[in-house]
Write a protein that binds this ligand. Structure first.
Ligand code: MN
Ligand code: MN
Length: 267
């Protein structure tokens, strides 16, 4: 079922200076688009929707911004016309200004974060806007009511304290198999997909290889089973320098299609 009032806008935010380890995700939006359109596959989702050629889907290219916090203002412009945004990062730091913009237009929503890392550091190497920190900023400013993290496998004591402090729901990678089916979302949902949530065997093109992650099929099932309207999403941390034969770009393009299909379906 397609909701005729929904416009889904694809955009890129080629920003990676807040990466703590390697640069490269700034190249990701263009590389993911190239792979999406390279003719190796078609535009159809597994449920046989074609979001990419849908009349309510548009790609506005990469947005320009003056500095990190300016991303919020540029995102707000995208959302002003009632659109929902599907953003290609960039490193994971971009999610904080994106959510600040979302909070201006959407009253009550929650976030599903798929990631190897909690990204909950109060500060990382002196930077409170590091890609290791966005969800600490989002939760301390109470920008969303609820955050659910899936696939995490790197918590240290500080991050576990942050989980308790912000009352975050977590399905850690080690518990995924038994717990993923009980995931349920009561409010409109924003998906923040860090590609390192998948195992490096499935997603080698990321800066931080963290073994023991989710399979491609597990992430697809998770997305396909979401029981709430998806109002926005980002796909972040693709690093072409680390990729092998564009495998991870193809993964990102497929997840882009599946998430766009979900967004256009309205539920
Ligand atoms: Mn992350
Ligand atoms: Mn990560």
């Amino acid at each position: 079922m397609q909701n005729n009032n929904t416009i889904v806008t694809l955009l890129g935010i080629p920003f990676d200076p807040h990466s703590s380890f390697l640069q490269g995700p700034a190249l990701a939006p263009d590389r993911i688009r190239q792979t999406l359109h390279n003719g190796a596959g078609n535009y159809w989702t597994e449920n046989t929707d074609n979001p990419i050629e849908h009349e309510h889907f548009q790609d506005i290219g990469n947005i320009e911004f003056d500095n990190y916090l300016d991303i919020e203002r540029r995102m707000a412009k995208v959302l002003t016309n009632g659109s929902k945004a599907l953003t290609l990062g960039g490193d994971h730091s971009i999610t904080y200004p994106i959510i600040r913009a979302y909070q201006q237009f959407f009253d009550d929503f929650e976030i599903l974060q798929i990631d190897a890392h909690g990204d909950l550091y109060d500060e990382f190497e002196g930077n409170r806007y590091s890609h290791a920190c966005p969800f600490a900023r989002i939760m301390e400013e109470k920008l969303v009511g609820k955050l659910t993290q899936v696939g995490i496998r790197t918590f240290n004591p500080h991050q576990r304290e942050q989980v308790a402090r912000f009352d975050i729901s977590v399905v850690e990678a080690k518990d995924f198999e038994e717990k993923w089916k009980s995931l349920s979302f009561e409010k409109p949902l924003y998906i923040s997909l860090d590609l390192d949530g998948l195992d490096p065997a499935f997603a080698p093109g990321v800066s931080h290889h963290e073994p023991g992650g989710l399979t491609t099929r597990e992430v697809l099932r998770l997305i396909q089973n979401i029981n709430a309207p998806v109002i926005g999403a980002d796909i972040v941390e693709y690093n072409p320098h680390r990729d092998i034969s564009d495998m991870t770009a193809a993964l990102a393009a497929k997840l882009l299609k599946e998430i766009a299909g979900k967004m256009l379906a309205g539920c």
